[in-house]
Design a protein around this ligand. Structure first.
Ligand code: PMP
Length: 353
């Protein structure tokens, strides 16, 4: 360990992103990217912006993008915060709304970045144990806490909580911030964005990485009461004024505006997910009902790690989590129909070998 590291650096256990091996071309179903390219309008906007605007600093308040997202959700632009991917928005939210030494709660099986942020900012956390069928027991959100965060749909299970339950959670926790991480909401769920004007303690976080095919552009956003958004701006403006570059700004505006393309691609992904879920069930898989762009699956006659390794040898990359309770599951992102057919074919060959 370096003698130059600060105490904070020595203690942290950073998040490890999904692998991106370069030894051959893989069918990549391991990081929940969208298999379809971004809207042509995005590419056009980025090209024009690159020609005209790159010598100048970006606009630090990303006004036009906040206008566009605000309009989309019928909110004021002062109720919108934009960050460099939703990971950055999440990190800022932990800093802005949760106190060091106090205890927040989140599910025991969930996005593995939450404990990393909590540890980094010295926030304690209690884990809510999921039910046998991986549902989040809603009553657990009544336990004493200084903040709440959960994804809806949950990751890596894909399980979705109905908006009525979210409203119950919000009502029971009016004195602290409840963050609903909606990275995967566009694949069949209903956004809690419509509750923002009713609950000043609600922060909804979304991303353009999944349903808008822009994981490489790094744009995420938060919707909430103006007071929460101001809190996020305080943190951001104390770290980096220019988190959104000019290409991301103009590209994102077109991604939100091109509703036709968005509808077409997310519908394709939902349809493929339903088809593949049925095919997997037919060959003996336990498939958790998913409202995300991935499925979480296990099979009684094949070990998940072994299946993961054998699929990788065949050039198909999925996600295996070596952690308690889910170490016999694989998370498989929904690719194109051709990619998913190759995945099912590969799985069948392994099961029959
Ligand atoms: N939240 C959840 C639940 C996720 O799975 C991810 C993707 N890894 C993110 C947030 C972050 O996505 P991004 O930073 O690309 O917006």
């Amino acid at each position: 360990m370096s003698k130059y590291w600060s105490e904070i650096t020595k203690e942290i256990k950073p998040y490890i992103p999904g692998e991106q091996p370069k030894d051959k071309t893989y069918i990549k179903l391991n990081t929940n990217e969208n298999p379809y390219p971004p809207s042509k309008r995005v590419i056009e906007a980025i090209k024009n912006t690159a020609n005209e605007k790159l010598k100048l600093y970006p606009e630090p308040t990303v006004e036009k993008l906040r206008d566009t997202i605000g309009e989309y959700y019928s909110l004021k632009n002062t109720q919108v915060f934009i960050g460099n991917g939703s990971d950055e928005v999440l990190a800022f939210a932990f800093m802005a709304f949760f106190n060091p030494g106090e205890t927040i709660i989140f599910p025991d099986i969930t996005y593995s970045f939450y404990p990393v942020y909590a540890n980094l900012f010295k926030i304690n956390y209690n884990l809510i144990s999921l039910d046998d069928n991986f549902s989040i027991p809603i009553e657990s959100f009544s336990e004493k806490n200084s903040g709440i965060i959960f994804p809806n749909p949950n990751a890596p299970t894909g399980k979705y909580i109905d908006i009525e339950y979210i409203e119950e959670i919000l009502k029971k926790n009016m004195d602290k911030v409840v963050i609903v991480d909606e990275a995967y909401i566009d694949f069949g769920g209903i956004s809690s964005a419509k509750l923002v004007n009713k609950y000043p303690n609600l922060l909804v976080i979304q991303t353009l990485s999944k349903s808008r095919s822009l994981a490489g552009l790094r744009v995420g956003f938060a919707l909430g009461h103006e007071d929460l958004i101001e809190g996020l701006n305080r943190i951001k403006n104390s770290i980096n004024s220019y988190t959104i570059d000019t290409l991301a700004l103009y590209g994102s505006i077109e991604a939100i505006k091109d509703e036709g393309y968005f509808e077409e691609t997310r519908t394709k992904i939902i349809n493929t997910r339903e088809r593949i879920s049925n095919e997997l069930k037919n060959i003996g898989f336990y498939v958790i009902e998913s409202k995300a762009n991935f499925v979480f699956i296990s099979h009684s006659s094949v070990n998940a790690e072994e299946l993961f390794i054998k699929l990788k040898e065949k050039g198909i990359l999925v996600r295996y989590f070596n952690s308690p309770r889910i170490d016999n599951f694989l998370r498989v992102s929904i690719g194109t129909d051709e990619e998913m057919d190759a995945f099912v074919k590969g799985v069948k060959e392994i099961l029959n070998s």
